[in-house]
Design a protein around this ligand. Structure first.
Ligand code: P6P
Length: 334
């Protein structure tokens, strides 16, 4: 497949590599990306679409919900349900499992997603994103929590959309990581970044340093290490923190770097969600030659204990994640 090919054709080509492929996955992906186009269209005119600001509701995490969060959540659920291939879904915006009407009989797939990650940035025109992951449903009847509390290594597909200077879809089905850019003129995602790999050397580190006083010594020592002057190891890294996980991850994927949201004295397991944020991005990172860790263990090997649990996240270039773990585990000092 060459740059410029359409996403639909790429998905179908990829699907042909699975002899037993029923086309269900292709249909689901096509519909999810159509939802992404709808979200992109709204995000790109947010100020005019009466989509800014708060919805007035509080989500399951006690967070104020932006209007865009609620609207995008509905768009994705409807798109998935409309395929007849989706059985159920879990979203950051929903407390429990969303059972697709008639989903028990149809589709073998289940979807987890964060409809708009970093949504508070929409009001100030900063890039935001959608994160998603698809599993095959294991249970015979209605999808249950066990279907959703799966280790990342069982994901069929993981991806994100980033609504920035352009809208991109980046996803993997375990055959590498591929990026598609939305051409607004024709409303098609076109292959723009085939087989994305983390660069050999890194340039950036991303962490909210305002929390430094809550970090443990290993975390402080690691960030101080990244700032030391050592040209042979490419240090000091540049600090870049957009406050939008997808945007920070995407920049590090393309330019090399590490994103960190550690546990700290106030939030021992951090803020980011394991099921629909860390696990999908970990699959992508590993498929791009990178790594993702909770500071001790690979994210992709973790089996979630509940749908909305948080997890410390260190994700990006594999050497950087490995050095971070050494500092965090006290195996390495400043
Ligand atoms: P903090 C956005 O709210 C988000 O969930 C991620 O997109 C982002 O990386 C993180 O939280 C920012 O959190 O605590 O640094 O503002």
């Amino acid at each position: 497949m060459e740059v410029g090919e359409t996403l639909t054709r790429f998905i179908m080509e990829q699907g042909r590599k699975y002899p037993d492929a029923s086309g269900d996955f292709t249909q689901l992906m096509v519909e999810l990306t159509r939802a992404g186009k709808m979200i992109a269209n709204t995000v790109n005119k947010a100020g005019l679409a009466n989509i800014l600001g708060l919805s007035g509701t509080i989500n399951v995490h006690g967070e104020r919900v932006e209007k865009l969060d609620e609207w995008a959540n509905e768009v994705i659920l409807k798109a998935g349900a409309g395929t007849g291939r989706l059985s159920a879904a879990v979203s950051e915006e929903l407390e429990g499992i969303y059972q697709v009407p008639g989903g028990q009989e149809q589709g073998d797939y289940i979807l987890v997603f964060d409809p708009v990650d970093g949504s508070s940035n929409i009001d100030v025109n900063v890039s935001i994103g959608t994160i998603f992951s698809i599993f095959r449903k294991e249970s015979a009847g209605l999808a249950n929590e066990t279907d959703f509390l799966r280790p990342g290594c069982e994901q069929v597909c993981a991806g994100y959309l980033i609504y920035g200077s352009s809208t991109m879809l980046v996803y993997t089905t375990g055959q590498g990581v591929h990026g598609f850019t939305l051409d607004p003129a024709i409303g098609e995602f076109l292959l723009s970044n085939k087989s994305i790999r983390f660069p050999e050397s890194s340039k950036y580190y991303s962490v909210n340093e305002s929390y430094r006083n809550r970090w443990d010594d290993g975390m402080r020592s690691y960030v101080d290490y990244l700032k030391q002057d050592d040209p042979d190891s490419g240090r000091p890294y540049s600090g870049r923190y957009i406050g939008s996980l997808v945007a920070d991850f995407h920049r590090n994927l393309l330019k090399g770097g590490i994103f960190m949201y550690p546990g700290d004295s106030k939030s021992p397991t951090g803020k980011l969600r394991l099921v629909y944020e860390a696990l999908p991005l970990a699959f992508i990172a590993e498929q791009a030659g990178g790594a993702a860790s909770n500071g001790r263990d690979p994210i992709s090997g973790l089996r979630p204990e509940n749908l909305h649990q948080t997890v410390p996240l260190f994700i990006g270039s594999a050497p950087d994640v490995s050095v971070a773990e050494a500092f965090l585990q006290g195996r390495r000092g400043g």
